[in-house]
Design a protein around this ligand. Structure first.
Ligand code: ATP
Ligand code: MG
Length: 247
């Protein structure tokens, strides 16, 4: 498998505080990686660095084998290849679901509207939202909006998708329907890096786990190995604190 993205020695500071300390990571094409760790360990910050939303103090990032030059213009281009879905789904309220989905591919990527529309409708059907294409975001539930937000990212055909706790702001009964979409994506050849607090989901969806604590990646293990026997006390404590019962 070829490496799609990697980082070497990523260090991020805010003021004097070190948020990420010499983080190394590499993501292979087609992999599904879960990025786990306690609150405040730096998971969101790391994802934001991988998407150019944070500037790093030192370290290097590579995409598709090339070193990423740090200019905003360059990142704008790269963000078409590195999609990110957040906790909040900032769909445009005055545009329909379909219009929201077409915007990036047609306006930014200059793709053929009919072709994009076909793809968008196809994705909507696959996540059970076929009938919602002409609705406005306010007519959808939180779980439905988040599914649309995921499809919006997919319609840009990114080579790598970053998910940051996409179910964190949803009512419990809507969590499953959103996780199901990501489980479906994981079965395709998509490359995913997923931050989640849902441990059974992480176990189910991922091939590999990166475990963070205090701004460092302290474990990098195949998913079954991580859940059956984490190497560090920090990770064991973390799983136990979540009442994760597989230990
Ligand atoms: N704008 C900021 N100013 C100061 N400190 C910040 C800022 N953003 C993040 N931090 C700090 O950086 C550290 C890492 O934060 P981050 O949001 O990346 O953690 P996280 O692992 O995503 O946590 P959570 O699981 O709660 O989302 C925390 O200690 C946080 O307080
Ligand atoms: Mg976070």
């Amino acid at each position: 498998m070829a490496e799609i993205m990697s980082g070497k020695g990523i260090t991020k500071k805010i003021g004097n505080k070190v948020i990420l300390s010499e983080v190394d990571l590499a993501i292979e094409e087609g992999e599904v990686v879960a990025l786990l760790g306690p609150s405040g360990s730096g998971k969101s910050t790391l994802l934001r660095c991988l998407n150019g939303l944070e500037t790093i103090a030192s370290g290097e990032l590579f995409f598709d084998g090339n070193k990423i030059e740090r200019s905003e213009k360059n990142w704008q281009q790269l963000r078409q290849e590195i999609g990110m879905v957040f906790q909040s789904y900032d769909l445009f309220p005055n545009k329909t679901v379909l219009e929201n989905l077409l915007l990036g591919p047609v306006k930014v990527q200059k793709r053929e509207p009919k072709e994009v529309e076909r793809e968008a409708l196809d994705w909507l059907a696959r996540v059970g939202l076929k009938e919602r294409a002409q609705d406005y975001p306010r007519q959808l539930s939180g779980g439905q909006k988040q599914r649309v937000a995921i499809i919006r990212s997919l319609c840009m055909k990114p080579r790598l998708m970053l998910f940051d706790e996409v179910t964190a702001s949803l009512d419990p009964e809507m969590v499953r329907e959103v996780l199901e979409v990501i489980l479906e994506l994981a079965k395709t050849d998509k490359t995913l890096l997923i931050v989640t607090h849902e441990m059974s989901f992480a176990q189910q969806v991922s091939d590999r786990v990166l475990f963070m604590a205090e701004g460092k990646i302290i474990e990098n293990s195949a998913t079954p190995a991580f859940f059956s026997g984490p190497q560090t006390k920090r990770a064991r404590d973390f799983l136990q604190s979540l009442d994760y019962t597989n230990l």
